[in-house]
Design a protein around this ligand. Structure first.
Ligand code: KMH
Ligand code: ZN
Length: 272
């Protein structure tokens, strides 16, 4: 069986990282669009998108998402994957706003989880509602799995007809309070999903590179970027998201796993 080309997702800014953590964080729509362009040049085919307001605070404003997406599309054509996680504490209808723009993909976290000192709340009612809105708009969910039980919840949604195969999962591993970022846990997660699924892994902090490398070898896909990791190596901040994309693309090349273009990623993910 041949292994697909590698889909690299660039998670450019997230909701929790600040310029104090890494001054190279892109914040404005123009900065995010420029960073998305540089990541695409370096081999990314999906942009996992969060946006900020003028005070750098995380926002799910449809207007700011639209402005940012338009600016990205003016430069390149990656798959846009909007976040519905937003920031901890946001209300469900607030989180759903960018899905109404009908992007190609959106995230769907299928369970609640401790998130450092906070709780990332995703009760069944939210998840089912989010899945319904995505279905209505023809948006493909990326099932975000922060812990093992979330796989089972996704399979329940599949049974109810709220998700459609082939599913695409992203295993976010190493968030304090959630599943630890170990190879053994990754193997368990991959084993738990339907065989028709595609999957990627987002290792948090120092786990980004080893878990991305494992995904490359195992036939999965890889997510990198400041949302998950602001360092290039121990004690050295990354200069840009593109630098992290470039590095994982190099690892892929070493392992004979060429990177997918956005259109090749669309085919791999069964997007229209
Ligand atoms: N910011 C986290 C609470 C997603 O993008 O869907 C959730 C998150 C997941 O970032
Ligand atoms: Zn996110």
């Amino acid at each position: 069986m041949s292994i697909d080309k590698l889909i690299i997702t660039a998670a450019l800014s997230g909701a929790e990282v600040s310029r104090e953590d890494n001054p190279n964080l892109p914040v404005t729509p123009a900065e995010i669009a420029e960073e998305a362009y540089r990541c695409c040049q370096a081999g990314a085919s999906i942009i996992h998108l969060h946006v900020r307001d003028e005070d750098e605070a995380a926002t799910q404003s449809g207007d700011i998402f639209k402005e940012t997406i338009d600016k990205i599309k003016g430069k390149c054509d990656p798959i846009i994957q909007v976040s519905t996680g937003g920031a901890v504490g946001m209300k469900p209808e607030e989180r759903l706003q960018p899905v109404h723009l009908k992007p190609e993909m959106a995230t769907l976290t299928t369970g609640s989880v401790n998130f450092g000192d906070d709780v990332f709340l995703n009760p069944l009612a939210y998840i089912e509602d989010f899945a319904k809105v995505m279905q209505k708009h023809g948006v493909k969910p990326e099932v975000e799995v922060f812990d093992v039980g979330m796989v089972n919840n996704a399979l329940q949604l599949l049974k109810k007809g709220l998700l459609t195969e082939p599913l695409h999962f992203d295993f976010v591993m190493g968030v304090p309070g959630a599943i630890p970022a170990t190879i053994k846990n990754l193997l368990h997660l991959v084993d738990a999903i339907p065989s028709s699924s595609t999957w990627s892994v987002a290792g948090i902090g120092r786990h980004e590179l080893p878990l991305g490398t494992a995904a490359i070898i195992m036939g999965g896909h890889a997510r990198v970027g400041f949302e998950d990791n602001i360092y290039f190596e121990k004690g050295v901040l990354a200069e840009s998201n593109a630098q992290l994309v470039e590095r994982i693309a190099k690892v892929a090349q070493i392992h004979n796993r060429p990177v997918a273009s956005p259109d090749q990623a669309r085919q791999i993910l069964s997007l229209a």
